[in-house]
Design a protein around this ligand. Structure first.
Ligand SMILES: Cc1cc2nc3c(=O)[nH]c(=O)nc-3n(C[C@H](O)[C@H](O)[C@H](O)COP(=O)(O)OP(=O)(O)OC[C@H]3O[C@@H](n4cnc5c(N)ncnc54)[C@H](O)[C@@H]3O)c2cc1C
Length: 491
């Protein structure tokens, strides 16, 4: 049986592992954390589950190729429920709220009523959202071309009503491409960006189970320290425990920065990685987080995703004084009886992220001040909520747990007017090493990670089918049908 070693058990690594194990390979996934899931991993504080990842999962609508991919990985299907919130997010503004409802007609009507002078711009935005959700490929391409160069900040500034400007820039931030917001909202309105029941921990657990059921081996709490290369091939994978795993194929499913700075000589790094790293137009994605325990019943106005005002002087500059809150009242199992969890997120500029990563002497003090400021904002927005802080984490935390460069966690921020870079799954110059990662393509996220893992595995299975028969599996190019085996490759 041919052997594959996968470095990292995030969604990319687990996807590659599942696919290869199902294809008859002997697969070992090595993970430095104590459990699988990468950024999907959750943790508990005082009996509360902190869901680190999922704001939404693209691919929840049945019938799409992404949905088929998630089903094949055990993430969706088989009785897994999908949680659908009535709105994408809600902005709390001085004396009023504005809501991005699932229904674009309702949202458009409410926003136009709030600012009749902005009705035309608002109509254009929602026309594009509907087009991206339901339009023909031609109409979609035209919408992409029309919005390609417009950042969220540009769009917000073009509006007469200041509140509307804040509303449109509240969720993804001003630097993001409006197209990114449009893609996210159009997926949401069409029911393709909802939440699998059980949240991030549920997804991680089901993927790990699927991998184990396919015969894969997962070894946690072991850090890969290097890949031994000889004659243009990887010969073995070394770990901090002193083990050497030999492998016919190696898939590096950690951040490519880790791969090309610590595991392999830099000369193998794809040019696209070097380019985006030094391109100021492709900033990175990191943030500050805090979690709070709230007594249940939960203040109804705080349900789902809300953006509230905080103290501008005390919050990171990039937030413009806004705090994104996610409630988990829809997951009663995430908190002890009579309690619920509320998580806060504040995006950081590259410069601010750098100061958190430096972990200066005032790190703990700064973290406490951040928590206090967010707690004050929650009390102000929801006076009867009585939040109690249970945890806070920063880019330094992500760096410690996932090793991802600069503690980033979602590939690159999607800016306007930039053609997304793409890292090839094959590593040039090494015949048996592949990449699989959410960092392989902009804008990253779970679909990018899983597709990248599926592509890396498909590439191996197509090029290098193991020379034996596999129960229930027809290797590519074999069997009765002359058709190529179908993989969930990006369309
Ligand atoms: C707060 C937050 C919110 C998010 N929200 C969403 C969302 O709503 N929707 C969405 O689609 N995506 C979201 N994401 C992004 C998503 O989690 C990532 O895109 C995805 O996890 C990337 O998957 P990956 O497998 O490439 O990398 P990771 O998940 O980072 O996994 C890489 C794994 O490699 C391991 N590793 C690294 N180096 C080594 C080594 N030397 N040896 C062994 N193991 C190693 C790490 O420990 C880690 O487990 C969010 C992420 C965060 C943190």
């Amino acid at each position: 049986m041919k052997k594959a070693v996968v470095i990292g058990s995030g969604p990319a690594g687990l996807t590659a592992g599942i696919r290869l194990a199902e294809g008859g390979w002997d697969v070992t996934v090595l993970e430095q954390q104590a459990g699988p899931g990468g950024n999907l991993r959750s943790w508990t504080r005082e009996g509360h589950t902190i869901d680190n990842c999922l704001h939404w999962l693209n691919g929840t609508r049945e019938g799409s190729s992404l949905n088929r991919l998630w089903r094949s990985l055990g993430v969706l299907g088989d009785g897994v429920g999908v949680v659908r919130s009535p709105f994408f997010y809600r902005s709390h503004l001085a004396g009023s709220t504005l809501t991005m409802w699932r229904d674009p007609d309702r949202t458009e009507a409410e926003l136009s009523e709030k600012s009749p002078r902005d009705a035309r711009a608002v109509r254009r935005f929602f026309h594009a959202a509907r087009t991206l959700a339901y339009g023909s490929p031609f109409a979609r391409a035209a919408a992409v071309a029309r919005w390609y160069r417009v950042s969220v900040g540009d769009f917000a500034d073009s509006l007469y009503d200041r509140d509307l400007g804040v509303f449109f820039s509240d969720y993804l931030g001003r630097e993001y491409a409006t197209l990114g917001l449009l893609f996210a909202y159009s997926a949401f309105l069409s029911g393709d960006a909802d939440l699998p029941a059980g949240g991030s921990p549920g997804v991680a657990e089901r993927m790990a189970e699927k991998f184990a059921a396919a015969g894969g081996k997962l070894i946690c709490s072991v850090r890969v320290t290097g890949i031994v290369v000889k004659n243009g091939r990887a010969e073995a994978v070394l770990t901090d425990r002193g083990d050497a795993f030999d492998a016919d194929r190696v898939i590096a499913a950690c951040d490519p920065h880790v791969t090309f700075s610590r595991l392999l000589p830099r000369e193998y790094a794809p040019q696209a990685l070097e380019r985006t790293d030094h391109d100021p137009r492709t900033p990175r994605f990191s943030s500050l987080h805090a979690a709070f325990s709230l007594p249940s019943p939960f203040p109804p106005g705080a349900a789902w995703t809300n953006v509230i005002a905080g103290d501008k002087a005390k919050l990171p500059e990039r937030t413009g004084g806004r705090v994104i809150l996610r409630s988990f009242a829809h997951e009663p199992g995430f908190a002890p009886e009579g309690k619920t969890v509320l998580q806060a997120i504040c995006f950081l500029s590259d410069a601010d992220a750098g100061t958190w990563l430096a972990r200066g002497a005032d790190y703990a003090e700064k973290k406490a001040a951040f928590v206090e400021s967010v707690e004050g904002a929650i009390k102000e927005a929801f006076p009867y909520s009585a939040p109690r802080a249970i945890d806070a984490w920063t880019p330094a935390t992500y760096l410690r747990y996932t090793s991802a460069d600069r503690g980033d966690y979602i590939g690159w921020l999607l800016p306007s007017g930039v053609i997304p870079p793409r890292l090839p799954e094959r590593v040039k110059g090494l015949s048996n090493v592949s990449l699989a990662s959410g960092w392989c393509r902009m804008p990253g996220g779970l679909p990018t990670a899983a597709r990248s893992g599926a592509r890396a595995a498909a590439d191996i299975l197509i090029r290098d089918p193991a020379p034996r028969s596999f129960p229930g599996v027809t290797p590519p190019g074999r069997g009765k049908s002359k058709k190529r085996r179908k993989f969930d490759l990006p369309s």
